[in-house]
Design a protein around this ligand. Structure first.
Ligand code: 9MR
Length: 463
């Protein structure tokens, strides 16, 4: 049967045509709510089912046939990574990434962006940089790539694999980490400023169950949420084999992250093995996602076993000839047996702010109007400022924060506010979704700049 992408089904303008589509589905399956493909079945549960795509395989008809029939989300396996998109500093190449986005748009598929900042697959030129130069190069990369794909990406892996394996709970040592511990939040802020409609994810492996590494990621997400650092989702790569099996607490681990107020996504699933054992493992993973309302979807890391980065482990849903494996059937059955999420708090769509800045209680300042306070993250010749706007004894409907930057300092981007001016006296006005602040409550915005911020004294006026 021809694939009927969910988006096409939703976008069909005429009720009669929609009814005809439904009739075809019913006639073909005999069961109105049992999807016959991974994507259709996941969509019925309010999720996506995606795959990593190698763009050079889009000319392989077997590959594309399965892709278009089964999947409603794609991730570029390598084509949106730093080495591919910025082979020379500040010179960008989006050719292959754009091909994937075009293919996805033509076929009603979501796109997961992978990955903006990662210690691997960096272009050679980064190896001669460190400190501020590397930090600024990374932020420039994030800003450019996220801006290029603005409005086209469902979720971005903003930062990939930044924590160390083992029991340390520490950050992984890397050239990016050595630019300062705040490199991750700086990357997220730059990504939010560049594409406010994309969900912003932290993505990692060996974090699929509760362990020292996932605990460290959990603490980071908790801290980001508390401080208003923009993060919307956590990706669990889920590369499993005998040495690294599906953890018994997989579902509980997804659930504890979701309880922090972020979406969770299974981003690079593959499970080495064969036959019933492999099939059961895939079903376990699907069931775990379906049991967590904020689990948005599942992406497998390739289509056929021969497409896998570890092909000898035959870890995927289709054999090397493109035939469905037992793991395919168990995956589809698990999707069909699942129930839709009770509500879909995490199903935000591009174009809407995926999460507004947290509004936290703080002692109300005396008087009406608003007050503003700043916290400054300064590194050598660069900084990020987080500004907290707090309403007085009455609610406010809009705010404007003025501050004066010292000579040599300049604003390079901002988030959750509209900036006027880049140096000297600069002003920041609320955006549509954070102007109203209830009495005694707060909202946050931020900006990033070059130079030295010094000590800033913000003034707040309200409307
Ligand atoms: O599947 C990708 C493979 O083609 C690349 O050679 C490799 C380079 O590091 O990256 C693979 O994808 C990785 C992903 O980007 C991040 N998580 C681990 C994946 C498997 O190594």
């Amino acid at each position: 049967m021809a694939k009927i992408p969910l988006s096409a089904r939703l976008a069909v303008p005429l009720a009669a045509t929609a009814a005809a589509v439904t009739a075809v589905l019913i006639a073909t399956t005999g069961v109105a709510d049992a999807g016959t493909t991974l994507g259709a079945s996941a969509a019925e549960k309010g999720r996506y089912f995606g795959t990593a795509v190698a763009v050079n395989k889009l000319s392989d008809s077997v590959y594309v046939g399965i892709l278009n029939r089964e999947f409603n989300s794609v991730t570029a396996e390598n084509e949106m990574k730093w080495d591919a998109t910025e082979p020379n500093q500040n010179s960008f190449n989006y050719t292959n990434g754009d091909r994937l986005v075009s293919h996805a748009q033509a076929n009603g598929m979501k796109v997961r962006g992978h990955a903006l900042a990662w210690h691997q697959q960096q272009p050679g030129w980064t190896s001669s940089l460190s400190g501020t130069a590397l930090r600024n190069a990374m932020l420039n990369h994030v800003t450019n790539v996220a801006t290029h794909y603005r409005g086209k990406i469902d979720s971005w892996d903003v930062v990939n694999e930044a924590f160390a394996d083992g029991n340390s709970g520490a950050r992984r040592d890397s050239n990016l980490q050595r630019t300062g511990n705040d490199w991750i939040e700086a990357a997220f802020r730059a990504a939010r400023a560049a594409d406010p409609g994309a969900k912003l994810c932290y993505n990692d492996y060996n974090t699929d169950g509760q362990n020292a590494k996932s605990n460290a990621v959990y603490a980071m997400v908790q801290d980001f949420k508390a401080r208003g650092v923009p993060i919307d989702c956590v990706g669990f790569q889920s590369h499993f084999n005998a040495q690294s099996p599906v953890p018994g607490d997989y579902r509980a681990n997804l659930a504890r992250f979701a309880a922090l107020g972020v979406d969770v996504q299974i981003t690079e699933l593959d499970i080495e093995g064969s036959g019933t054992a492999q099939a059961n493992n895939f079903a376990t993973v699907v069931n775990a996602c379906l049991a967590v309302a904020r689990c948005n979807g599942i992406t497998v890391w390739g289509i056929r076993d021969s497409d896998s980065w570890r092909a000898s482990g035959t870890p995927l849903l289709f054999d090397s000839s493109g035939n469905k494996k037992a793991a395919y059937t168990s995956t589809l059955n698990a999707l069909n047996a699942g129930s839709p999420p009770p509500s879909s708090p995490g199903q935000s769509s591009p174009g809407t702010p995926p999460s507004s800045p947290p509004v936290t209680s703080s002692p109300p300042p005396t008087g009406n109007g608003c007050t503003a306070s700043v916290s400054i993250n300064q590194w050598n010749n660069g900084f990020v400022v987080t500004v907290r706007v707090t309403a007085g004894a009455s609610a406010i409907n809009g705010w404007n924060v003025a501050l004066t930057l010292p000579s040599g300092a300049a604003v390079s981007n901002s988030w959750n506010a509209t900036a006027s001016g880049t140096s000297g006296a600069v002003r920041f006005a609320n955006v549509s979704y954070n102007g109203r602040v209830a009495a005694g409550q707060s909202t946050e915005f931020g900006f990033q700049g070059t130079g030295t911020a010094g000590s800033l004294t913000p003034g707040c006026t309200s409307s």
